[in-house]
Design a protein. Structure first.
Length: 97
């Protein structure tokens, strides 16, 4: 399984708008072929910090996600909300298989 942890920090004034845009991306992403999980996490101690846990059956399925209309729309909408550039951390999912 191909997993990416996307670390995001948004400007405080954009938290609600970021969550709304990310919900729309999440709802479409979980219907993609090859998607296994698409979790959106917010830090308890800093509400401007998020992690998107994206798990796909393969690297090709993960790459296809970045070509979808909903991802491209999300990227364009949230780009100006970032307090710093988002950072993707690729991982290999071991369990569950």
């Amino acid at each position: 399984m191909h997993v990416t942890l996307v670390h995001v920090r948004v400007r405080r004034e954009d938290i609600d708008a970021f969550i709304a845009a990310t919900r729309a991306n999440h709802e479409a992403s979980v219907s993609e072929p090859g998607n296994r999980r698409f979790d959106v996490l917010q830090a308890h101690d800093d509400p401007t910090r998020f992690i998107l846990y994206e798990a796909y059956a393969s690297a090709a399925a993960a790459a296809a996600h970045k070509e979808t209309a909903h991802y491209l729309a999300w990227r364009d909408v949230v780009g100006g909300m970032m307090a710093e550039p988002r950072r993707g951390e690729p991982m290999t999912g071991l369990f569950p298989a």
